[in-house]
Design a protein around this ligand. Structure first.
Ligand code: ATP
Ligand code: MG
Length: 310
């Protein structure tokens, strides 16, 4: 469904000319039809940027993205508009997803109108169906976002996305703003919808417990690089990269990923360490680690690690 190759985004720092922030740096992965790939890593490692690049909301520096065999970066505006409904994103900031001045029904009708898939007479019926599919009541249709809870609004966001019949959904921390009990409800809903409609998910999260439930495979990022990728069980039981191991051990202690799980600060993407980016914080560091950047190497079935030591 999705084939990402050497995806790269350098942001110019704006302060000093020719200084770049390597937000995403040569990231490659694939997602199969109907599969969920979890994308994890510390704040600022480039997760949201990966999502935005796939959607072409951010202009790539380099790389290719094939979606169902279609080269997304080669599309012109019109072609892009035609394919847009098939790739949808749930944004990290929930307040930015719904127009506060628009009634829920109008919000859900918007994508239906814009992409004109359903004749006007049938639209009302379709909105009612969508509202029910995400577990809301028809009475919510005439309310405004401020009259609903955070969890209910996230259901509206899902209804809006479902209206377009997408194949791929990029979910960027879809539940991080919600209470734990509501989080579980939304995650269950997303899993049910995935089964029903055969969605493919790129599921971005800080929360390793959430990713463990949701993802078939997990990709771990560090400072713009993909450092480990594999099946969820292999990552949890046999993590090979010292950074993945540290993330998991921190999660085991307090149930959540800490922003800083290791000694030392994350180096800034503005001044990326030479060699392995993790070498400045790595307890197993050897000479080569500061010299040569490790490539992803297969260490087990469908399990890849970028580490000289592992
Ligand atoms: N528009 C932009 N201009 C300049 N730098 C940017 C821009 N967007 C992101 N960055 C930088 O790129 C890096 C990656 O940001 P990104 O938002 O992708 O991280 P993230 O992994 O999603 O973090 P979080 O977990 O906090 O959401 C950060 O250092 C960020 O400051
Ligand atoms: Mg983010």
């Amino acid at each position: 469904m999705l084939e990402v190759t050497e995806l790269t985004k350098y942001f110019s720092s704006g302060l000093i000319r020719k200084q770049y922030q390597r937000a995403v740096d040569g990231v490659s992965f694939t997602i199969k039809n109907g599969e969920t790939l979890g994308l994890v890593g510390e704040s600022g490692c480039g997760k949201t940027t990966v999502g935005r690049l796939i959607l072409r909301l951010t202009k790539p520096t380099d790389g290719t993205v094939l979606f169902d065999g279609i080269d997304l970066f080669a599309l012109n505006r019109r072609e892009l508009l035609a394919i847009r409904p098939r790739i949808q994103m749930i944004f990290q900031d929930p307040d930015s997803s719904l127009n506060p001045r628009m009634k829920i029904g109008t919000s859900i009708a918007e994508p239906l109108k814009l992409h004109g898939t359903i004749p006007e007479v049938k639209r009302k019926q379709r909105i009612k169906e969508l509202i029910e599919t995400v577990g809301l009541n028809p009475e919510h249709i005439n309310r405004y976002p401020y009259q609903l809870s955070g969890g209910q609004n996230q259901r509206v966001v899902l209804a809006r996305i479902l209206a377009l019949n997408p194949d791929l959904i990029i979910a960027d921390e879809p539940t991080s703003s919600l209470d734990v009990s509501v989080q579980a409800q939304i995650l269950n809903l997303m899993r049910d919808l995935q089964k029903e409609f055969n969605h493919t998910y790129l599921f971005i999260s800080h929360d390793l417990d959430v990713v463990r439930i949701m993802a078939d495979r997990i990709a771990v990022m560090y400072l713009g690089r993909l450092i480990e990728i594999g099946e969820t069980r292999d990552i949890y039981d046999h993590a090979k990269h010292p950074y993945t191991q540290a993330l998991l051990s921190a999660a085991a202690v307090d149930g959540k990923t800490e922003q800083n799980v290791l000694e030392g600060e994350t180096s800034s993407p503005l001044d990326t360490p030479t060699g392995c980016r993790f070498n400045t914080r790595c307890p197993y560091r050897e000479e080569i680690c500061a010299i040569k950047e490790p490539e992803l190497v297969e260490v087990g079935r469908d399990h890849y690690v970028a580490c000289h030591i592992a």
